[in-house]
Design a protein around this ligand. Structure first.
Ligand SMILES: NC(=O)c1ccc[n+]([C@@H]2O[C@H](COP(=O)([O-])OP(=O)(O)OC[C@H]3O[C@@H](n4cnc5c(N)ncnc54)[C@H](O)[C@@H]3O)[C@@H](O)[C@H]2O)c1
Length: 294
């Protein structure tokens, strides 16, 4: 494990939900942070604040000046946030541009915001269910939307950048990331409609844990290009995981049994590669699954 103290970090997408928490977190850990955002945010406190577009070669080159490490979060972060062309092209061009320039400049390490959507099922318009539980990075992919495709291709870009320039890249496959209030609201939704959380395996992550995972990825000793899932250890649904799977995915193989509300996502790579364990769990009381769902 290396130290972040004094490291110069470029962070893109700094004005967003994760960036606004990650920037002060990294600064507190001793990093000098340059931010690259497409719009002004008067509340953003960084060592160097740049306004620019991650699709632009010039903007990214200027932002990378003097950087030791890169955190790339900028993206159009949902399928429906903009027309399909814009979502796909912004995300894949930005990831390519940032990693290719960082790699060519000799920067040793980058952390990229991937997504649970890289395996394609959460936003899939068809009635598909995961091939097995727990979700892991070997699970069969079925992509039917441009946002998921962009996140899937982002992982290939990371591998290419490592193979071409030797830049080590950690792609964090974030699940739904938010503050406690919003996560609790989603938990209440899943209490009333548990099926809605099935394809995300009822997983979530607090923004503070996302920021910590970014720090751990920057300081980990891993080399190469890795992508893996992250989540809180327990689900955001108030019901036992085995009961949920019995009710909503009875024919889907389980590679092991899940204890109480254990999240059915393989968190082993996150533990082994970056030493990550979520610290922030939302307060949810475990209930029996109502008979109406059985
Ligand atoms: N929050 C989640 O639940 C979640 C889950 C999975 C993955 N992710 C990924 O994590 C990253 C950060 O997510 P977030 O929730 O903070 O999203 P967000 O939408 O709040 O922030 C993304 C930021 O990127 C900026 N951006 C978009 N296009 C840009 C461009 N061309 N140039 C520069 N900046 C640009 C946006 O203005 C925004 O400030 C994204 O890559 C997203 O896909 C988020």
């Amino acid at each position: 494990m290396k130290q972040l103290d004094g490291a110069r970090v470029l962070l893109t997408g700094a004005s967003g939900r994760i960036g606004t928490v990650a920037v002060p977190h990294l600064r507190k850990a001793g990093a000098h942070v340059t931010t690259l955002s497409i719009q002004e945010n008067p509340d953003l406190e960084a060592d160097r604040v740049l306004i620019g577009d991650t699709r632009s070669q010039e903007d990214v080159a200027a932002a990378l000046e003097g950087a030791d490490l890169v955190v790339h979060l900028a993206a159009l972060a949902h399928r429906d946030i903009a027309p399909p062309y814009d979502v796909y092209s912004t995300n894949v061009v930005s990831t390519f541009n940032v990693l290719a320039q960082a790699g060519a400049a000799g920067i040793s390490r980058a952390v990229v915001a991937g997504s649970i959507n890289a395996y394609g099922l959460p936003m899939n318009r068809h009635e598909v269910v995961p091939a097995y539980f727990p979700l892991d990075t070997d699970i069969p992919v079925d992509i039917a939307d441009w946002y998921s495709l962009s996140k899937h291709h982002g992982e290939s870009t990371a591998r290419m950048a490592w193979r071409q320039w030797g830049i080590d890249v950690v792609t964090l496959r974030f699940p739904h990331v938010h503050n406690e209030k919003a996560l609790l609201a989603q938990s209440r939704e899943h209490a009333g409609d548990p099926r809605a959380g099935l394809r995300e395996a009822w997983s979530y992550l607090h923004t503070a844990d996302a920021a910590r995972a970014i720090e751990l990825s920057l300081t980990a000793n891993t080399t190469g290009a890795h992508a893996f899932f992250l989540a809180a250890n327990r689900t955001n649904a108030p019901y036992r995981t085995e009961d949920l799977l019995d009710a909503f995915a009875p024919d889907t193989p389980r590679l092991r049994r899940f204890v109480e509300r254990e999240v059915p996502v393989d968190l082993t790579p996150a533990r082994e590669l970056i030493g990550f364990e979520a610290h922030h769990e939302i307060p949810v009381t475990t209930l029996d699954l109502p008979a109406a769902f059985r």
